[in-house]
Design a binder for this molecule. Sequence first.
Ligand SMILES: *Cc1c(COP(=O)(O)O)cnc(C)c1O
Length: 431
Amino acid sequence: MQYFSTKNPSEKVSFQQAVRKGLPDDNGLYLPDQIPTLSEEFFQNLPNLSLGEIGWEVAKQFVENEIPEDNLKALVEDTLSFDIPLVEVEKDVYSLELFHGPTLAFKDVGARFMARCLGYFNQQNNRQVTVLAATSGDTGSAVANGFLGVEGVEVVLLYPKGKVSPFQEKQMTTLGQNIKAFEIDGSFDDCQRLVKTAFLDRDLSEQLGLTSANSINVARLIPQSFYYFYAYGQLIDKTDKPIVFSVPSGNFGNLTAGVFAQRMGLPIHHFVAATNVNDIVPNYLLTGDFLPKPSVQTISNAMDVGNPSNYARLHYLFNGSREEFANDMTGYSYTDEETKVALQQLNGLDYTGDPHGAIGYLGLKAYQQNHEVTGVFLETAHPIKFKEVVEPVLNTVLEVPASLQAFLDKQKVAMECGSEYEVFKEKLRNL
Ligand SMILES: *Cc1c(COP(=O)(O)O)cnc(C)c1O
């Protein structure tokens, strides 16, 4: 399998190169040069397969012989050392709980897979790499935990000061070892700009062996397709209706991975692209104009993205056609007030959601008003990660899982930095 840049489809690299580089030199994004379809037998057998077995089958298609099958199998099993249960919330509405990993958010899946792939490749050639990632919260904690202790990999995280939750901050800044954090005096978009500028800075990039762990890295994206198959396998005997997935989205990595699964042959009927008021993609689906703008802060802060990076991939996968795009997905966006009401509605159904999942739920319900479908919304984070929002809305106190309490008891270590590139670069060089 080869990977090409969305900006220059004739220039191809291996899976290993795509994982190492993260971002092509031309500032496009890597995509696999073909999306393989899986066998009929695989689909028939889906309800009987474990998450690890599904992951292995899917991963093999994208990695091929660059990682031997046995190593890949172990790597996938190790990545998915936690369950991803599908929970019925009400008739024809299911929550796919992606938050049972170590940092209690779905990004654990992609981060753990990518870390293990890089770890494998490093063992083979003893190279040092630096993973640079901008985060609005969950990416950082998942990447930090996924890469902790992986030989030959330094991790540097950038997060916007005062704009991530206290839990998220602790999960990024207390690990030590090969994990370093920059607290940037600016917005998430500033963090993302610093990272992009660093990648395009040839000297720095080569000196540090920079690679990305944002959802722009294909190794983050590929494993996120696994759970669409897994959810489908659990659902297929329970419904005769078409199945749709509602994906609460920010950079649209999760949704792009869903489109991968669909292109591999999984009969996903339709997607709902659900956002907060950072509605760039829903707006594009309506108007055909893709208009990035500065991000607006919301209570679903992991989706506060004003220029969704994976749009470039989706645009390519849908041949640059809004019609094709809109045929496959419908966009909805929601305010904080609506999100809070959804949290209460879910609570009334005996389900505790988080603000991101609640937006997925709202999108699904909106779509179901006019369509007879069975829907799955992705529940992307454990509600405790957003307790400052959830507790007052539900007028309750959530229990803190022991794994999280351990982070809270540790001391934060982060480097403060302004949002000018030259200042950041100097500090990064001297880490
Ligand atoms: C990152 C994140 C999202 C958005 O996912 P994308 O793949 O960037 O669209 C949604 N919810 C939570 C909790 C997240 O951490």
